[in-house]
Design a protein around this ligand. Sequence first.
Ligand code: SF4
Length: 318
Amino acid sequence: MSQTGSTLSRVDVAALNPCQQSVLSDLIDYGGERQVFDPGLAAGLRRELEDALVDLAHSYTARQPFVISKSRLSHVSTCEGLFLGRARDVFEMTRPMAVGILTHKAVERLMVDPRRHRHPRSVARHVIEIATSDDDTLGTWLDGLDPEETAEIAGQVSNLATDFVAQWPPVDAGWFPRVESRAAAVLCADRVKLAARYDLALGKPHGMQARTLIVDLKTGTAGYTHLGEVRFYALIETLRHGVPPYRVALHSLETGGHHAEVVTEEMLFATTNWVAEGARAMHEVTTALRDPELSPGPACTWCPVRETCEPGQDWSAG
Ligand code: SF4
């Protein structure tokens, strides 16, 4: 594999604060070398995943595929009981979820809106107004709030969007920014679907040269337990475009901290194994082929089945 330099638009580094400079150099790796990957990599990853999943894929159809998402993988690898509890849970919008979604919408506006002088507070109010008029779960939830609650949420979203503006360098349109961008890869004759929604993606591949960056923006602290999730994004991106991203990263708006990983073939094949193991566990416990393996730990405190789970209660009792 050879390496050549990237071609991002020029940035006035001296005008950036230390946090923005750190994002530019340590997370984005502005001006850094970009790896050129083997054209056979995506096919090799696909073959490995399909070989691992082909037997369970027969239980699904192209119309109703087996969907593997970041959250499902994360739950099943934390505790199979938690995964089952979540899968059976009726989805309900919560305030932290709403704030997270609205913050991503505000960040998107601030990046793509040519009127860059717009203040995060007016952007926050604007995205809440638009979201409230939508006939979806978030819109219905927002519509049921009283004006005081709406104002509180607008304040939280505005604060987080301001954090983004203060922590990230201005994102040039030539970096092809995408926010809340859906991505998927299908396997085993469309019976298995890997699905994701990238919080933030920049760049696009050039030939076999990796020039895409994918970032998970956390409104809370970005823990190392989230690393598997961004590696999963790298795998999906490789399967759908044939070229991996050059990096995947976590960025916490709460702390301004970040963790970036260079994408390598080794990381992608290790992620393939993690996805295949997680998928098998999901399939086996949802189809009652075996009982879920319980792994008590910090997740017990927010697990939907904690009231009826003895190991979880023992753990919580200390
Ligand atoms: S309470 Fe804890 S051990 Fe029990 S299912 Fe939930 S996460 Fe697993």
